[in-house]
Design a protein around this ligand. Sequence first.
Ligand SMILES: Nc1nc2c(ncn2[C@@H]2O[C@H](COP(=O)(O)OP(=O)(O)OP(=O)(O)O)[C@@H](O)[C@H]2O)c(=O)[nH]1
Ligand SMILES: [Zn+2]
Length: 190
Amino acid sequence: MAETPSREKALEAVRTLLAYIGDDPDREGLIDTPKRFLGAYDDWFKGYKEDPEALLGRTFDDVGGYNDIVIMKDIRFESHCEHHVAPMIGTAHVAYLPSDKVVGISKLARVVDAYAKRLQSQETLTEQIAQTIDRVLKPRGVAVIMYGEHQCISTRGINKQGVDCVTRTLLGEFKTDPAMLDQLMQLIRT
Ligand SMILES: Nc1nc2c(ncn2[C@@H]2O[C@H](COP(=O)(O)OP(=O)(O)OP(=O)(O)O)[C@@H](O)[C@H]2O)c(=O)[nH]1
Ligand SMILES: [Zn+2]
């Protein structure tokens, strides 16, 4: 892995980009832009500092025998594509079938963010979320379904607006039992 460059070097790199597009990095409106740019990057890419497995570390055993689908629907995610560093924004549905323990429901959205706030492809993002939940909770099944609009497609290049990329990772009973998957899809639709 490449060594993390100094902040000075990163600021200089942004100045270079500003000059590259034909603007003047020394004009008044752009003087603080490299600093703001790095601030925005710290925010958009804060996932590199997160440990998604640790987010799922706290579980609860006493759920009164509940063993059916748990789903967090319509989680907005904001990521950036690793090819163009363009925003990739959409919705995720994250579901699992508990075996003996459940996790605080907000943690599912936290895992989505921990991976989304990195450079990603939607396929990798979907898979990483599902595999992490599977690894830590060892549930009977995991399903992650994502719908994303890629701005590298909607604002440049092929320039197609209103198109979604849909990806899913199904594990355990969601993969092996079509009736279970059907029930999940009904919950998502309602
Ligand atoms: N599979 C996949 N492709 C993605 C994702 N995000 C962006 N892409 C695609 O990555 C591809 C990169 O293709 P290249 O030919 O290397 O780059 P490019 O010349 O900028 O391609 P165009 O976008 O077609 O102009 C493009 O087809 C993008 O649409 C993603 O999450 N998953
Ligand atoms: Zn892209």
